[in-house]
Design a protein around this ligand. Structure first.
Ligand code: PLP
Length: 394
């Protein structure tokens, strides 16, 4: 009890926490202070890619922590170079900038795009188009990028230079791009916080083609969708496009803070010495963790993610109380007839942790969640989503 009451007294009240104190975990099971265990369908919001305290990952970060934990970006270190090389080789991107979070990875993407446009078209070309219902982070500039008004209220003035287009409406986007001096278009292939909604394939392809033809920088925000979450290494790969910039974070280092901005051929030399930086960015321990994670996101794992995804789409597609199953890979949204909050609370009672996104249930289990735990969690969720009358046999 004292953890919860002291938290309320001493920690800024920005989070509506569930009344559970988590003390430890192993894989896809986490344990609270009373010893109760939960199947974790959240992985810390898509962060613990291989679940809690994964042994291979833990060894990798322990080993690096025993050598040196941090030395600053004024010196060369091996883990961040190794990671950058792996990321480039597996994506076809050319260079990487490391930071510590999704918002920072996006900030770097926007700085890079603005500088590229300024260098090639002139400083007036600074508008960034993002989508309505998007989410790009919590800094003032990334709130401005985020196309949801309720995030902006009481924090104005927002950073200028962002306009929001209707998702899945290519004509709208083209008109908007022509009406402004546009530097970049930034999209999430699957809108995560916006309700786990995948964009139409023809739209994403159309956006990529339009951006390419007009030398507009295409940024794909893979902060949540990235690093195997979508069933592909990065979700843009499923859409068959090649972005100019990819930002990622959440699951990249398997539970340590790390952001990465991947730059394609076009913009790889845009940022010069002094243009950008981060004290913690590229931290050796976080990068060593990420190398171990990325090493294991191979074709076999990705096909298992897609298999588990298909299983969840199938089970929930035939569940009473679920109106729609959306998303991609192990990033799944459930539109339910019962309020999502109620369902999450019932699941907590029954030993399953899940999330919400807007009015939907959001599931983000570890990429390697064993099938038996996945089935068990799905069974519990299926009961929790049932409308009360039907659950009571009325
Ligand atoms: C979580 C998220 C962010 C913000 O990441 P932080 O690490 O919280 O700054 C940005 N974009 C998307 C798509 C996200 O899901």
């Amino acid at each position: 009890m004292s953890i919860q009451s002291d938290d309320k007294e001493y920690i800024a009240g920005t989070y509506n926490r569930f009344p559970v104190v988590i003390v430890s975990g192993k894989g896809s099971v986490v344990i609270d202070e009373n010893g109760k265990s939960y199947i974790d369908m959240t992985s810390g919001i898509a962060v613990d890619s291989f679940g809690a305290c994964d042994e291979v990952w833990r060894e990798a970060i322990y080993e690096q922590a025993g050598k040196i934990q941090h030395i600053s970006n004024l010196y060369y270190t091996e883990p961040c170079v190794k990671l950058a090389k792996m990321l480039c080789e597996r994506t076809g991107m050319s260079k990487v900038f490391f930071s510590n979070s999704g918002a920072e990875a996006n900030e770097c993407a926007v700085k890079t795009a603005r500088k590229y446009a300024s260098d090639t078209k002139g400083p007036d070309y600074n508008t960034i188009i993002t989508l309505k219902n998007s989410f790009h982070g919590r800094t003032i500039t990334m709130l401005s990028a985020t196309g949801q008004d309720h995030y902006h209220e009481t924090f104005r003035p927002m950073t200028p230079g962002f306009v929001h287009a209707e998702a899945n409406n290519l004509e709208y986007l083209k008109v908007l791009a022509d009406a402004h001096k546009t530097a970049a278009i930034m999209i999430e292939c699957v809108q995560g916080e916006g309700g786990v909604i995948a964009l139409d394939e023809s739209y994403v392809k159309g956006v990529a083609e339009f951006a390419h033809e007009n030398d507009i920088v295409l940024i794909v925000d893979e902060v949540q969708t990235g690093n195997g979450r979508s069933g592909y290494l990065y979700s843009y790969m499923k859409y068959g496009i090649q972005p100019d910039i990819v930002s990622t974070a959440k699951g990249l280092a398997g539970g340590l803070p790390l952001g990465a901005t991947l730059m394609g051929e076009k913009v790889k030399d845009t940022l010069k010495a002094g243009d950008h930086g981060s004290t913690f960015g590229g931290n050796p321990v976080a990068c060593a963790g990420a190398v171990s994670i990325l090493n294991r996101i191979d074709d076999k794992l990705l096909s298992e993610v897609r298999e588990k995804s298909a299983y969840l789409f199938d089970v929930f597609g035939h569940s009473e109380g679920i109106e729609a199953v959306t998303g991609m890979g192990l990033m799944i949204g459930l539109k339910t007839t019962k309020p999502a909050k109620e369902i999450v609370n019932e699941c907590i009672d029954k030993g399953v942790l899940c999330l919400t996104a807007k009015d939907r249930i959001r599931l983000l289990p570890a990429l390697n969640i064993p099938f038996d735990l996945l089935t068990k969690a799905a069974d519990i969720i299926k009961i929790a989503v049932k409308p009360l009358a039907s659950a009571m046999g009325i």
